[in-house]
Design a protein around this ligand. Structure first.
Ligand SMILES: [Zn+2]
Length: 83
């Protein structure tokens, strides 16, 4: 009997902050979205191991994606947690 082994390695993206105070440098739209990107290893589509967390600023208007340093991401997360 042969059972195919389905192994995937890829990036998992989730939204960390829906709207930040930053504006898009390309189109000027306010409220860039902060996304968290993690590399993951999955077996049969079940994530078993995640590593390499990175943050990105994403503009939903023009699709611009900007990398964010970890210190700046922490500041954006902290400012979003404040009411
Ligand atoms: Zn934009």
């Amino acid at each position: 009997m042969f059972i195919p082994l389905i192994v995937t390695v890829g990036d998992r993206r989730r939204t960390a902050v829906e709207r930040t105070q930053r504006a898009c440098p390309a189109c000027g739209r306010a409220g860039l979205r902060l996304a968290e990107l993690r590399r993951q290893f999955a077996l049969f589509f079940i994530p078993l191991w995640r590593w390499g967390r990175r943050h990105l600023l994403v503009c939903d208007g023009c699709g611009l994606v900007l990398p964010v340093e970890s210190g700046e991401a922490a500041a954006l997360l902290a400012s979003a947690a404040r009411p």
